[in-house]
Design a protein. Sequence first.
Length: 267
Amino acid sequence: MFSFLKKKKIISHIKLNGVIGNAGKFKQGIDFAGQEEIIKKAFSLKKAAAVAISINSPGGSPVQSHLIYSFIRQQAKKSNKKVIFFAEDVAASGGYLISCAGDEIYANSSSIIGSIGVIYSSFGFTELIKKIGVERRVHTAGKNKSTLDPFMEEKEEDIQRLKNIQLDLHQDFINVVEKSRGAKLNKTEVELFSGEFWSGSRAKKLGLIDGIGDAHEILKEKFGEDVVIKKFEKTKGWLSQKLSSSNHIDQFANILDERSIWQRYGF
């Protein structure tokens, strides 16, 4: 009889889409500077019972991933609000690291989750420039300034130096996952930190996520059928809307570009 007098629960909702880092002027991407204000606004909604964040990212910059992760945790602590993450198509590498800012993580059974590792990829052109008669000339102040130059022969000490940096970055990533997931992680079945990725269903068994379901479904289960989801989104300028990808060729090119950026950055 008095159900109409009951207050509806309000949930702030943010969407994070794209490569983490500088993905180009008019391409969708995620970086701290671009998301700071939106995240702050979502947490500042006093009536909100929790903050929900949907993420769809293959990864990217380790630094930007850590900055966004840390800022979300700071805001959660400051506002005393629970954070619930929802992985869409993919929350891998840096995308998964950011997801670890959630008190709970959910995904679709077919989502791609994990890839807890670090990658560097490049090409070697030494034989090519010999064939076309090009002589490479490099002058540096500092003997290691030309480390891993693709037009010069690889040096074992350069590779080892890179591996040491990768190990540091990898350990930082592992520390975040272990701090976030703790006893939920199932380390008996597979090596969780090998860089491998899994389906949402498998990720749940491994303890990388808490359950299967989308944002609307889970939020209604937790906060009632009449839950109000308040969306916080960055406003796109007119020029940005016009120049953003609108056809399948552009979208395919973006996917290829995202993959290459992901590899260059490391997460």
